[in-house]
Design a protein around this ligand. Structure first.
Ligand code: AMP
Length: 187
């Protein structure tokens, strides 16, 4: 199964995507994780991405798209994957459509985790206490929500109009959300 998982920062995408990747036997592809690994290793890609990430801005599409193109071409992503944190812009949707077309591997569904916005801020502030992430300060957290609303939330409508959107209530504890995802997935 080939899936996207979408939702605002703090919706629990990463947590759910890790276990979902295991259940579908596919690659977990988190653009945020790939960027963070590159920042840590101070690669050229990491150097290009870091200042955007620290400010809570999106890394430019050409950088992100090239990275995802490479990653999706790898063998472990052939049959099954969950893309976590990509696409985030209309341009990235168009690029992803092209990549999947070329590979002949269409998506099976797009999970949207729906979470109340005040709960999101609280979750992220809690995560900030332990994550050590440079983009987990309150100011950057609020900015990342605004960027999501402006740039990424319109994508929900795109996938909904294609009949691919699977809305899942993301409130409550992790296991409950996991069960809801499993119940909602195409068989
Ligand atoms: P995440 O871990 O998914 O919240 O991503 C952390 C940061 O990485 C984001 O705030 C962006 O700066 C960058 N990032 C991750 N995915 C993308 C993407 N698809 N497009 C642009 N920037 C991204």
């Amino acid at each position: 199964m080939r899936l996207l998982i979408m939702g605002p920062p703090g919706a629990g995408k990463g947590t759910q995507a890790v276990s979902l990747a295991e259940r579908i036997g596919g690659a977990h592809i988190s653009t945020g994780d790939i960027f963070r690994a590159n920042v840590r290793d101070q690669t050229e890609l990491g150097q290009a991405a870091q200042r955007y990430m620290d400010a809570g801005e999106y890394v430019p599409d050409e950088v992100t798209n090239a990275m995802v193109r490479d990653r999706l071409a790898q063998d472990d992503a052939r049959e099954a994957f969950i893309l976590d944190g990509y696409p985030r812009t209309v341009d990235q949707v168009a690029t992803l459509d092209g990549i999947l077309d070329e590979l002949g591997t269409p998506l099976d569904g797009v999970i949207e985790l729906v979470v109340d916005s005040e709960e999101l801020i609280q979750r992220l502030l809690k995560r900030a206490e332990t994550s050590g992430r440079a983009d987990d300060t309150e100011e950057v957290i609020r900015h990342r929500q605004d960027v999501y609303t402006a740039e990424t939330s319109p994508l929900i409508e795109v996938y909904s109009s294609r009949g691919q959107l699977i809305k899942v209530d993301g409130m409550g504890d992790v296991d409950e959300v996991t069960k809801r995802i499993d119940a909602a997935l195409p068989s």
